[in-house]
Design a protein around this ligand. Sequence first.
Ligand code: SAM
Ligand code: SF4
Length: 444
Amino acid sequence: MEKSIEPLKKLKFYIHTFGCQMNENDSERIAGILASRGAQMSHSPEECDFIIINTCAVREKSEEKLYSLLGRLAPLKRRRNITIGVVGCVAQLYCSQLIEKKPFIDFVIGPDNYWQIPKILSDQGKEKIVSTSQSHTWPEIPPHQICRESSISGYVTIMEGCNNFCSYCVVPFTRGREKFRPMDSILKEVKDLACKRYKEIQLLGQNVNTYQDPQTGKGFSALLKEVNRVDGIEWIRFITSHPKNFKPDLAMTMIEAEKICHQLHLPLQSGSSPVLERMNRDYTREEYLEKIAILRDLMPDISLSTDIIVGFPGETEKEFQETLNVLENVRFTNIFSFRYSPRPLTAASFYKDSVPFEVKRKRLIELQALQKKLQLEMNKSFIGRVMKVLCLGKSKKDPEMYSGRNEGLQVVNFESKKDRVGKFTDVLITGCGPYSLKGKAMNK
Ligand code: SAM
Ligand code: SF4
């Protein structure tokens, strides 16, 4: 990391983050790099000296959100000439084209070059910077420097990039090939979180199942077992797993290592084997369902979630119905569902985007309505049960209530006479909606 730079003392920065947990963790790391140089984090773009926008390129909609934010920031730039930087996946994808399109952007930095941001800011005003070279080494940031959003549940990134090239996905082009973080560095960060009394950690990566320690060659199950030994951490989660790489040894580790939550996000994308083949997912509907059956056999209480894309090129009504059928069979606790949108450089962007927008829209509505019905049925069956909940704060909708997550990652809002923030609490479930549970803390 560059050492001979002017410290950024007294300068205020604001970071706006789009996208997934990995982007959120990247923003926490960027904030840490800046704060360690004396800059101060601000929660308002109006009162800061520089703004960093951390972007997501996965769907067209995420890109549109960037341009709409830039539009809202343009008057501020004219008024106060603050420095505006665009970082992350859209930066990596479009490089200098972003500055050509929006000339008031001061710098564009890809995911491998965040360490350069302090130097760019201390040189500000000299010239526009575009830095999107990709690196094969892991960018280390001392764990104590990371400025985390939560003081209860901490993200720990263990790998970055992807070698899979699913035909719809831009990630291999924006994040590059797989790159693994050394296990001892991961464990150092987990221990740092445990010392700070974090209760839960979430290991992050585009495809965590392929993790391999670059120093010893040990795999993801070995890493989980080591993390499980860290005193103080009580719940361990990980995301994302690729169905083709999810092997029985990992399911066994989830049983043996008692702190690993019986919760898994396993993106299906489509319930039709021909669509999966066109998506280059490397598993069939039957193989996916077989893995789910093994998981349910080993962990009957497991909570499963998934990602679904509707309207992939060539998806017929029959193929779409096969996806609905998988939802009915598996009964996911939660799904994230998207209309297919063609992304630059991907293989599918060369296919004809043959499903009309209106059909994609209708399919998404139908899929979400079915899932809503299934979730409501499932949630009703939890009424009367007592579950362990990690309280993450006060409820946003009702400040009289507390809000947390159960082991299955469901939102649980509950009443309590005592302050429960940051604590595990047994909650009696008394009601529910399709997207959350409601209850009362048991007296203790
Ligand atoms: N690595 C994960 C996996 O193997 O599925 C997912 C990463 S991606 C950031 C998150 C989700 O975005 C994907 O699972 C997929 O459902 C969705 N997605 C990716 N590309 C898309 C596209 N072109 N159109 C619509 N949805 C897309
Ligand atoms: Fe994208 Fe597929 Fe890699 Fe997930 S596994 S990041 S969907 S290419």
